[in-house]
Design a binder for this molecule. Structure first.
Ligand code: HEC
Ligand code: HEC
Ligand code: HEC
Length: 349
């Protein structure tokens, strides 16, 4: 018993000494002096052990997909490069004066397994300034950044520029228009060959406008798109919506296929209305705030339906119309509807 008392007293003593030290102001918090090398070593150890242990059970998806790498690169350009820089550029000036400062990542990636990189990008690192993913409902998106980071040490300046620029000939945007700045870069992700990213050309401008506002306000969840939309002021978002949707939707000359199955008839047994009554085809007096689905990539549509059903989609003020419908669909019905719309000629109502 007396040993226990000695131990408790020692602990209490150490505790109050620590409290005194903290209250006295003796501990320096200034970033200007950096860390003592022993402190830096200790903090790094804590960080690495925490990440390794907590990421242990994470399943890694297929990362060698060019479109995943592209989306990751384009997000890196906005969300990461301003702090971490790139191997061939001078270090960003202001972040270099943080303690700890954001390291250049090409050299760091090799020390982490993919699931560990995912954990860091999704959750950030406390007490360092390394931010968490901007939409915690959508940490799944962080895999795109991991896919990109794994390529980073093999990239050069030219290849990186290719990744983050829209390929003019392949962009969904009208190649004839002189699109500047941010607008020109929508096409880096919104390309016809991307299956996780929706087409903008031919979509209703009212829906796109309201959706950009919803992303910017954090009412639709996507770390990737919230970063893009929040950087545009409201007036700019309205202009962007007009431009990206005005481009004619790529079409293969087919007329819009008639709706069949779930799309045409719904599922009365589950209280699911026909999708076509709002999304077309042939929804004559449709509200322009109902998005067009024809010709959108099936994996994108299926993902959005799953996000609705799981309460992770958010959206415009109209999203409350769609959520209960998606909740009533079975996973097979979500796939059926996604495939049906993906196979219709794009752009029609
Ligand atoms: C506000 C600045 C800032 C932004 C933005 C930022 N980071 Fe960081 N990042 C940091 C800091 C600071 C650290 C901590 C370095 C340390 O612990 O020594 C860090 C650490 C990391 C690490 C761990 C490095 C290592 O080996 O310890 C990775 C990986 C990383 N960031 C990736 C990213 C990615 C990817 C993005 C974009 C999605 C990003 N960061 C955005 C500041 C930033
Ligand atoms: C870094 C890649 C990237 C860039 C750059 C990008 N987007 Fe996106 N965009 C996405 C992804 C991924 C989604 C799907 C997000 C989701 O699940 O909500 C998306 C979704 C959208 C949507 C929702 C469409 C729908 O059918 O609901 C709109 C609108 C949009 N983007 C507009 C733009 C505009 C305008 C720009 C340029 C100013 C742009 N995006 C730039 C990746 C990007
Ligand atoms: C009563 C009208 C209505 C019906 C019926 C309806 N939807 Fe929707 N749906 C909407 C609205 C409104 C939105 C847009 C939500 C937002 O603004 O974020 C939407 C959004 C969607 C989206 C996301 C599109 C994108 O670009 O992100 C998908 C996918 C979708 N609906 C599929 C379906 C399917 C499949 C059915 C039939 C089972 C269906 N909807 C029935 C109104 C409807």
């Amino acid at each position: 018993v007396s040993r226990l008392r000695v131990a408790l007293l020692t602990l209490g003593g150490a505790g109050s000494l620590g409290a005194l030290l903290a209250l006295s102001g003796a501990i320096s918090v200034k970033a200007s002096s950096g860390h003592l090398s022993v402190t830096a070593w200790m903090l790094d150890l804590v960080k690495v052990r925490s990440v390794v242990t907590r990421s242990f059970a994470i399943d890694v998806p297929a990362l060698d997909q060019p479109e995943l790498v592209r989306v990751g690169a384009a997000h890196f350009e906005r969300g990461c490069r301003p702090c971490h820089g790139l191997p061939w550029q001078p270090r960003p000036l202001v972040p270099a004066h943080m303690t700890p400062h954001p390291p250049e990542l090409a050299a760091q990636v090799g020390r982490w397994r993919p699931r560990e990189l995912f954990y860091v990008v999704a959750h950030g690192i406390k007490f360092t300034g390394m931010p968490a993913w901007p939409a915690l409902q959508r940490t799944d998106e962080a895999w795109a950044v991991v896919a990109f980071l794994r390529q980073l040490s093999r990239l050069d300046e030219r290849r990186y520029a290719e990744l983050i620029e829209s390929g003019r000939d392949t962009a969904t945007l009208d190649g004839e228009r002189a699109l500047e700045g941010e607008l020109a870069r929508c096409g880096a992700c919104h390309r016809p060959d991307h299956h996780a990213v929706p087409r903008l050309a031919g979509q209703s401008a009212a829906y796109i406008r309201a959706t950009l506002d919803a992303y910017a306000a954090g009412q639709r969840f996507s770390g990737v798109m919230q970063t893009v939309a929040a950087a545009l002021d409201p007036a700019h978002r309205a202009i962007v919506a007009g431009v990206v949707t005005a481009a004619s939707a790529p079409t293969d000359g087919r007329t819009l296929d008639p709706a069949t199955g779930l799309v045409a008839a719904g599922d009365p047994a589950r209280d699911v209305p026909p999708c076509a009554s709002c999304h077309g085809p042939n929804a004559a007096d449709r509200d322009p705030r109902f998005p067009r689905l024809a010709g959108q990539p099936a994996p994108y549509l299926e993902l959005q339906l799953r996000l609705f059903a799981e309460g992770r989609r958010g959206g415009t003020s109209y999203a409350d119309i769609m959520r209960p419908i998606a909740e009533r669909l079975t996973p097979d019905q979500r796939r059926e509807a996604a495939l049906a719309y993906a196979h219709m000629a794009p752009g029609g109502r």
